[in-house]
Design a protein around this ligand. Structure first.
Ligand SMILES: *Cc1c(COP(=O)(O)O)cnc(C)c1O
Length: 257
């Protein structure tokens, strides 16, 4: 049998994927334990904290392994990628689109992912309006959305300023009947790290939103905390942590040529 260099490198790729199997399921269990312990430290019921497994750049075989371990909430942040993966995986997965969404991709996202559970990253009225239209056109039930807040004060394209969160939340709640305003989300700093100040800032935003919109605190989620800081985030009130590399391993992006 001929064996050329390309098939050799394919085999190596497959072996790497196989070697990673089992590891992700174990890592998931470990993260779930840490979630539980953080909730206990904060005297919060663990049922109030959702773990989203952030699977961007990872192969569907690895997502399937985490699914087989019983996990259902998965997060992606590239529209093209989630649209390609969703049909290859069971349809009872609850997909989260996380981070900035380009308004012109809202329609493709909603149409391509029938089991889209939540969009964590509405940061402009335009994105909200485009999601609203897309859900309406397909006759789907209302889509849960979180308003993304820039809690770092750094220049950043994604997230409204804390002073603007009430206005955008109000727009979603009052003007978008096909969307279900479900809370707030933050990434923290531009380098994807967070400080206690970021988490505190998001909690203060929630207080303002709940007061202005007259909604109970437990109907306004706080999506905050990633691999490096999800335990602190839970201790500071997070209801939704987004954990990627600690479950799936470090991400490798294709080298630019
Ligand atoms: C990638 C990503 C995460 C997960 O980051 P890790 O540090 O790998 O846990 C969380 N939230 C958003 C918005 C992301 O894009």
């Amino acid at each position: 049998m001929l064996s050329d260099t390309s098939s050799t490198s394919n085999d190596r790729g497959e072996m790497a994927v196989r070697a990673a199997e089992g590891v992700a399921a174990t890592a998931l269990k470990n993260v779930m334990q840490r979630v539980q312990q953080a909730a206990e430290r904060a005297s919060r019921p663990v049922s109030q904290v959702r773990l989203v497994a952030v699977s961007k750049t990872k192969p569907v075989s690895l997502l399937q392994e985490v699914y087989d371990a019983g996990h259902r909430h998965f997060g992606e942040n590239y529209v093209q990628e989630i649209i390609e993966k969703a049909p290859q995986l069971p349809d009872d997965i609850r997909w989260h689109f996380i981070g900035h969404l380009q308004s012109n991709k809202a329609k493709a996202l909603v149409a391509g992912v029938p089991n889209l559970y939540m969009v964590e990253g509405v940061d402009s009225p335009k994105v909200a309006n485009n999601l609203e239209k897309a859900v309406g056109a397909l006759g789907r039930r209302p889509l849960k959305v979180l308003v993304q807040v820039n809690t770092s004060g750094e220049e950043s394209k994604s997230g409204v300023e804390p002073s603007e969160c009430v206005e955008l939340a109000k727009h979603v709640k009052l003007d978008c009947p096909n969307l279900e305003f479900s809370g707030l989300m933050t990434i923290g700093n531009a380098d994807y790290t967070s400080t206690p100040e970021n988490f505190k800032c998001l909690a203060i935003c929630r207080d303002k939103v709940c007061e202005e919109l007259q909604i109970p605190t437990d109907q306004c989620e706080l999506s905050m905390g990633m691999s490096g800081d999800f335990e602190l985030a839970i201790e500071m009130g997070s209801t939704n942590v987004r954990v990627g590399s600690t479950i799936f391993g470090a991400r490798e992006y294709p080298k630019k040529t």
